[in-house]
Write a protein that binds this ligand. Structure first.
Ligand SMILES: O=C[C@H](O)[C@H](O)[C@H](O)COP(=O)(O)O
Length: 219
């Protein structure tokens, strides 16, 4: 089974959490794309969707799904999205695709967050994947210096601007044993829009695609 097939297997298992004719939140990335395509292939009717990125909105629209603004919907019952890393407590690193801010907003507004990933994304301790941070452009150097003080090695994501008009710093070298505290500390740095650590609001369910099929992990 390839990594992509494992992503698709996880996405397919997430369909079990979708209630027809509801409004759901939909994440961004290659695993979320499988989920979107499977919703359409299985002809699952939805009242609407809240997209976590422009790219996801375009893909959903291409399949005929209605896009709603989060400000119109109130709380969502379900959010489905991928991740770059998960620890066993379902704390996540997200933002490899740059969509972390809108993803974190939709996750925060959702009752249940189902994370879908291939099995390689489950790690003991977060941090091998460089931690993405969305930053207001004029704060780039300041935030980078603050991240060095926290033990990280920041690097600017080149030729990339987020859907919100900001830059991304990818911070390597972190061994994140206390993700809740680190998320809070980074959130306090002036100029940080969002850190791609999802620990104050982790996933509720992690579905891992693996050669033997999809496995459901709960914290
Ligand atoms: O910004 C992107 C998102 O956080 C993605 O969910 C994450 O990067 C995982 O992407 P993929 O499903 O392509 O591995």
């Amino acid at each position: 089974m390839t990594q992509d097939e494992m992503k698709r297997a996880a996405a397919e298992a997430a369909l079990a959490y979708v209630e027809e004719k509801t409004v759901i939140g939909v994440g961004t990335g290659s695993t979320a794309n499988h989920f979107i395509d499977l919703l359409a292939e299985k002809r699952i009717p939805l009242e609407g969707t809240v997209a976590s990125s422009v790219a996801t909105a375009e893909r959903l629209k291409g399949h005929g799904y209605k896009i709603l603004e989060l400000n119109q919907t109130g709380p969502l019952s379900l959010y489905v999205d991928g991740a770059d890393e998960s620890d066993p407590r379902l704390n996540l690193i997200k933002g490899g695709g740059g969509a972390l801010t809108r993803e974190k907003i939709v996750a925060a507004a959702s009752d249940k967050f189902v994370c879908i990933a291939d099995e390689s994304k489950l790690v003991d301790v977060l941090g091998d994947f460089p931690l993405p941070i969305e930053v207001i452009p004029m704060a780039q150097s300041y935030v980078a210096r603050e991240m060095v003080k926290l033990g990280g090695n920041p690097s600017l994501r080149l030729d990339y601007i987020t859907d919100n008009g900001n830059i991304i710093l990818d911070v390597s070298g972190l061994h994140i044993v206390d993700p809740v505290t680190l998320e809070r500390e980074i959130n306090q740095i002036t100029g940080v829009v969002t850190v791609g650590l999802f620990a104050a609001r982790p996933a509720d369910v992690l579905i891992l695609g693996a050669p033997g099929g999809a496995q459901v992990v709960t914290a």
